[in-house]
Design a protein around this ligand. Sequence first.
Ligand code: HEC
Length: 150
Amino acid sequence: MTQVNANVFRQAVLLLSLIGLPSAVFGDAATSAHWMAPEEAARRVNPVPVDSASRERGRKLFEANCVSCHGPTGRGNGPIAARLETLPADLAAMAGQHPDGDFAWKIAEGRGAMPAWKKVLKDKEIWDLVNYIQNLGKSDDSQRGHSHAH
Ligand code: HEC
């Protein structure tokens, strides 16, 4: 897994250097190898308070729309995951690793096998999903925090 990440990272570095992006883009080397929202989108402040009501709305939306691919616990092992060209992201592993705005943008815009949800879900519903996802894989709700460095 680490090896794979390292390879992906090297490819991203190569690609970015080829298209001449300034190295300042690499604010965070650990996440820049990864599909990332544009900086501005990633910086958006989550307008929906992180509370159990929001996470519960997010959980219901997740069950209705996302588990087929991402799996019931967000691990990326839903029933149709294996049939996709790209494996669905392990959202439980990514919880807390990306800013809220980054997840929200990716959910809205989609990429490849990941559908764009902006025409299906309301903005607020996407933020509820973000609040739910950021808490995945944590046993204790109170641990949810803005652990991301940005
Ligand atoms: C048809 C399968 C499918 C469904 C349904 C689906 N996803 Fe995805 N999702 C994917 C795939 C595949 C990726 C990886 C895309 C890539 O990296 O190119 C992904 C990536 C993501 C990411 C990006 C994670 C990251 O940081 O790289 C988020 C967030 C996400 N999905 C959330 C959701 C949410 C929320 C829903 C439900 C509203 C959902 N997905 C429904 C297949 C799906």
